[in-house]
Design a protein around this ligand. Structure first.
Ligand SMILES: CC(=O)N[C@H]1[C@@H](OP(=O)(O)OP(=O)(O)OC[C@H]2O[C@@H](n3ccc(=O)[nH]c3=O)[C@H](O)[C@@H]2O)O[C@H](CO)[C@@H](O)[C@@H]1O[C@H](C)C(=O)N[C@@H](C)C(=O)N[C@@H](CCC(=O)O)C(=O)O
Ligand SMILES: Nc1ncnc2c1ncn2[C@@H]1O[C@H](COP(=O)(O)OP(=O)(O)OP(=O)(O)O)[C@@H](O)[C@H]1O
Length: 458
């Protein structure tokens, strides 16, 4: 028989073949296929096996596993954007289909924009007519699995939870040594969940698969929800800030806005709300998924981060550290990507200059070669980069604050801002203080928020 070949444009169907979990070794297998091609098997390994689950928890684990199977399929679906989606092993209801359509359509927004694809009417999850009744509570114990990503945001959450006396396990997915070092530095219990993508994906990429960004935060969230059920804990905490809800405005040649594309859609409020509500209604009624930093802007997070130097020699927000394949920056910060640019700028108003330059190893604001990168952050002659960076108004306000500081104002890019960009802006739009005000749109448990609000406001 002729061997199956990946031919992107000839593929008709993307199949969710089956998923399974072995409680004896903690390995979940998520299986997919294109048409009648080979099975693509992704594995997720949760430490702590063997897992002994009572009937109610085993049923919840199966529901969480299916949710993960359906969400993690996005990595493979994108390779061919097949016209038809098929779920072979089980049926889903309309609420599940609606959640998945939201996640796939929005979470692949940047992917679609960059590849010139219109996925809106293409992504339809087949579902039955029956509506699932809300699921019961499992009697989960009060404990938080807190996601750690190696950058400043999750470290702010971890320290805030520590201050509020919340029991937590610092949890990450994948084999990053940088994240492992940050996690160790917290001195808290840790959990490292293994994840292996199906190896064929990399072959398909070489054979012309569609490629681009996927909604990785909601995928990591689904992995952690699954782990929380296995471990019997009642909270999954992420550190997605308010600014993540705002995308990049796409401009036409005449400068008019033609649309918005959010690289970090799955870090945004709409995704947190939809996913968190679904988990409570369809996985376990007492499992709370929330972002502790939702009320904060990036600048407010930066201000909190500045309060301790405990992680200065360990953390990095530079995403170039996190490639599965390929090179990583030698000293944790590449110094030339949008995240390095933004984090340097966002921390500058709140950290001493020697401390900040010591962390990144150089002064990015005194390097004229970085002007284009900073222009994009400022939304000056360009759109905000497709990266996890703050809003344009935050970058402009941070730059304006530095322009007032003797230690910064003569640096090349601050001086250029004063000369070339600031004259085109309104002074009242350049104040930092309004951007530090806490928002009240979040899913943080009310009693915890009462304890944290004051610390975050100061
Ligand atoms: C590290 C990174 O930024 N990767 C993005 C990059 O991928 P690249 O090819 O340069 O390297 P790899 O990450 O090693 O990926 C290899 C291929 O595998 C695909 N893939 C990877 C993980 C996965 O879960 N599913 C996959 O299909 C990937 O597409 C590659 O073909 O560029 C890609 C295309 O734009 C991005 O998709 C890669 O982003 C990773 C999925 C990733 O983990 N990125 C995070 C560092 C990230 O962007 N985090 C955001 C959160 C945004 C969100 O939730 O949407 C953040 O920093 O806040
Ligand atoms: N490998 C991972 N495993 C688990 N959670 C992760 C992983 N990578 C990122 N996250 C989580 O995803 C969310 C978004 O990641 P993001 O990179 O914005 O945060 P960060 O690394 O804490 O800070 P920074 O924005 O400075 O990079 C955070 O809650 C982070 O903890």
């Amino acid at each position: 028989m002729k061997e199956w070949q990946f031919q992107r444009d000839a593929i008709r169907t993307f199949r969710f073949v089956r998923c399974g979990f072995d409680p004896a070794n903690g390995i979940a297998r998520l299986v997919y296929a294109f048409d009648d091609g080979p099975e693509l098997v992704e594995t997720v390994t949760v430490p702590g096996a063997p897992f002994v689950l009572d009937e109610a928890r085993a049923a919840a684990a199966e529901r969480a596993l299916r949710l993960l199977h359906l969400i993690a399929g996005v990595s493979y679906y994108k390779a061919a954007v097949a016209p038809e989606l098929r779920i072979d092993g089980y049926a889903i209801d309309a609420a599940t289909a609606a959640l998945l359509e939201t996640i796939y359509r929005n979470g692949l927004g940047e992917f679609a924009y960059r590849n010139g694809l219109d996925l809106h009417d293409r992504i339809r999850f087949p579902h039955g007519d029956a509506t699932q009744a809300p699921v019961p509570a499992l009697g989960l114990r009060a404990h938080a699995l807190v996601a750690i990503g190696g950058g400043k945001d999750s470290l702010v959450s971890i320290e805030a939870l520590r201050g509020a006396g919340v029991d937590q396990t610092v949890t990450w997915i994948g084999g990053s040594q940088l994240i492992a070092a940050c996690a160790a530095r917290t001195g808290l219990p840790t959990l490292n969940i293994g994840r292996q993508l199906a190896p064929q994906l990399f072959d398909y990429n070489r054979q012309g698969a569609w490629n681009g960004h996927i909604p990785v935060t909601v995928l990591n969230s689904a992995i952690m929800v699954f782990a929380a059920v296995l471990l019997g804990v009642d909270q999954v905490v992420f550190s997605n800030e308010r600014s993540a809800s705002y995308g990049s405005l796409i401009l036409a040649a005449d400068g008019s806005v033609t649309g918005e594309v959010n690289h970090q859609w799955s870090k945004g409020w709409a995704c947190e709300q939809a996913f968190g509500e679904y988990v409570q209604r369809h996985v376990a009624a007492d499992l709370h998924y929330y972002s502790l930093l939702r009320p904060l802007s990036e600048l407010a997070v930066a201000r909190q981060f500045a309060r301790t130097d405990r992680y200065d020699a360990h953390f990095s927000s530079c995403n170039r550290n996190f490639h599965i394949l390929g090179e990583r920056p030698v000293n944790r910060w590449c110094g030339v990507c949008p995240k390095c640019h933004f984090v340097f700028l966002a921390l500058a108003p709140f950290l001493s200059k020697p401390r900040l330059v010591g962390i990144l190893g150089r002064n990015l604001l005194d390097d004229p070669a970085q002007a284009d990168g900073y222009d994009a952050l400022l939304e000056y002659q360009d759109h905000k980069p497709f990266e996890c960076v703050g809003e344009g108004r935050e970058s402009r306000a941070a730059m304006a604050a530095l322009a007032q500081r003797p230690e910064w104002r003569e640096d090349a890019l601050v001086e250029r801002f004063v000369r070339e960009i600031r004259p085109q802006l309104q002074a009242q739009d350049l104040r930092i203080e309004p951007l530090l005000v806490l928002d009240d749109q979040h899913r943080i448990p009310p009693r915890l928020w009462e304890r944290l609000r004051e610390a975050f406001a100061a």
